[in-house]
Design a protein. Structure first.
Ligand code: ARG
Length: 588
């Protein structure tokens, strides 16, 4: 279904054409003077030169054609040649009625859908999830939902970091603590135990301990390095232990991501790409792309136009070990083979920009992707504390994600407890829902590339541009609809009416813009556009709500009109928060 703005544009464009002017001049935009009109068209100004006529003359001709059009309440020319438009309330109501019946609420899918792999989350096995991984999860999840909503086939891949030195560190540390375990006995040929020799909390203690030790104990660091190599070469005992680390860690990660309402389709990991490395490297050598430089095997990726240095992409270090870039390239080979995606989108900290530039250029240059496989890096900024530095715990350590979520939930709970209106259990549940919305909205309402300040008090406020404010608005609507239903009416039967007052018309106009907004949020991969939109929509609703007696309205037709309108408002708000990755409670 066409958006309301397209409907107006089509109508005005037809009038331009009918007067002998180029159709494209009829493009209509939302007015930048809302005090004067709702929409405007500046086509007559643009056409003046081309047609050697005063803009005013062109505009007058066009407007004459549209004077009696039922789409407009008022269409007028203002000097020097702008066309100002107020739309008809009845036309607007008819449009919203259609929008409500449309599964996409009037957001039209692009003609060509794409196959997309989104690489997001990116946690490292056995290291606890920290706030740095939070943004990737929140933004990636939302973009995945937006692309799906717009018709793309999307695969979300967590791309676990499971292949680096952290594995060797853990193995070596476990070995020091429990040398008697069969994993370390090279002569052992039996089956390994089914039970992991550690729990998740032990594992989380083991890693930082080993990592700390490796920094002060050179011998330990060397052993951990060797353990990593041994694991990567497929040692049987180490592989069995690695499997335990993976299982324990992944179970915990899944629980954490579930709590964030973040769900991956694929739980692929860096190690899955390893089998692709040897052939890939052989090919790059055979094609003359990979060469030895300072002992390492590299591909040159600098380009003449570069304004900063882009170092060669390293495939193998001088000791023959593959690195992060090698894994990412091999992962591209695998993704190409499995999905042949139109786009692979990486939602990763913007500090990794150079890494991806090198990887993408290597992939293009060596032909592991074709023209049709677009590679895109969406680098996000840092979440800072109020001191403007990367967010830390009060003690200055890395804040664990679980702790962060627990803190927000607790703060929301305390706020709710001030004027306790529900049972303990419901209050706990509701605090969780609101806390998640506060956290996600606080993040997503900023343009992803920018750094932002994590401000708990502001994020959990029920007023202002916050997640809880949006939820509060939804809950308010739900409550009105419930009361309406309780007095024997059916919300589904309520029909949209032409607006009764300016606030109502504003709300209707705001709703009608959902489609255009989605097109933008989608093409720019920008969840913050959805946030800005629902903030505006919630404000429009609340202004309407404060100025209108909805449940006390005696005229049943008018009342039904209000109900139809707020019911659609609720649906659109709920659709939007779902695209952002959170939900609304029943009450709050
Ligand atoms: N595990 C990495 C990290 O913590 C992020 C992975 C991002 N994705 C990728 N394909 N490199 O930094």
């Amino acid at each position: 279904m066409s958006s309301f703005m397209n409907l107006i544009t089509d109508t005005v464009s037809a009038a331009f054409a009918a007067c002998g002017y180029e159709e494209t001049l009829g493009r209509v935009t939302v007015s930048n003077r809302p005090d004067l009109c709702e929409y405007q068209c500046n086509g007559a100004m643009a056409g003046a030169k081309q047609y050697h006529k005063a803009p005013f003359v062109i505009a007058e001709e066009v407007v004459a054609k549209l004077q009696d059009n039922a789409l407009f309440e008022e269409i007028a020319v203002v000097k020097p040649g702008f066309i100002n438009i107020k739309v008809s309330g009845a036309a607007l109501a008819a449009h919203l009625e259609q929008m409500g019946a449309d599964a996409q609420y009037g957001a039209s899918k692009p003609e060509q859908s794409r196959r997309i792999v989104i690489d997001y989350g990116g946690p490292n096995v056995a290291k606890p999830l920290h706030v740095g991984h939070l943004r990737s999860a929140i933004i990636g999840e939302s973009i995945k939902r937006i692309c799906r909503f717009m018709g793309d086939e999307v695969v979300g891949d967590v791309h676990l970091g499971d292949w680096g030195l952290q594995m060797g560190l853990i193995i070596e540390e476990v070995k020091e603590r429990k040398p008697e375990l069969p994993y370390f006995d090279e002569s052992y040929t039996g089956d390994y135990p089914k039970e992991a020799p550690f729990t998740i909390s032990e594992l989380e203690e083991i890693y930082p301990c080993a990592s700390g030790k490796s920094k002060v104990d050179e011998a330990f660091a060397a052993k951990a390095h060797d353990a990593t190599v041994k694991l990567q070469q497929g040692d049987r005992g180490y592989t069995a232990l690695w499997n335990h680390i993976m299982n324990v860690s992944v179970t915990d990660l899944k629980k954490n991501y579930d709590n964030l309402n973040v769900h991956f389709d694929l739980w692929k990991k860096e190690s899955d790409a390893q089998p692709y490395i040897p052939d890939m490297i052989e090919q790059m050598k055979a094609d003359g792309f990979a060469h030895i430089s300072n002992g390492a095997l590299v591909v040159d990726v600098a380009e003449e136009e570069d304004t900063r240095e882009v170092p060669p992409c390293i495939l193998l270090k001088s000791d023959g070990a593959s690195i992060y870039a090698t894994t990412d390239l091999a992962t591209i080979v695998e993704r190409k083979k499995l999905f042949d995606p139109d786009l692979i989108l990486y939602v990763v900290d913007k500090r990794q920009e150079m890494h991806f530039l090198q990887v993408f250029r290597t992939a293009r240059k060596t032909g592991i992707v074709s023209e049709k496989n677009e590679l895109q890096f969406l680098g996000f900024g840092t979440m800072n504390g109020r001191d403007g530095k990367p967010f830390k715990t009060r003690e200055g350590g890395v804040m664990r994600l679980e702790k962060l979520i627990a803190d927000i939930t607790e703060a929301v709970y305390e706020k709710m407890a001030e004027n306790r209106t529900m049972e303990e259990e419901e209050m706990r549940q509701t605090a969780k829902i609101i806390g998640l919305a506060a956290l996600k909205y606080g993040d997503l309402s900023n343009q992803a590339t920018k750094d932002y300040v994590f401000d708990l008090d502001r994020f959990i406020s029920f007023e202002g541009n916050t997640g809880p404010y949006i939820l509060y608005t939804i809950v308010r609507i739900k409550s009105i609809l419930k009361k309406y239903g309780d007095s024997g009416n059916r919300v589904e039967d309520a029909k949209m009416q032409a607006p009764q007052n300016p606030e109502e018309k504003d709300l209707m106009l705001s709703l009608s813009r959902f489609g255009e907004m989605m097109t933008q949020a989608y093409s720019e991969l920008a969840p913050h556009k959805i946030c800005a939109y629902i903030y505006e929509l919630a404000n429009a609703f609340n202004r309407f709500y404060h100025g209108t007696r909805i449940l006390a309205e005696e005229d049943a037709g008018k009342q039904a009109g209000y109900i139809a309108l707020i019911s659609l408002t609720r649906k659109v708000l709920e659709c939007c928060i779902d695209l952002l990755g959170f939900t609304a409670p029943e009450r709050m």
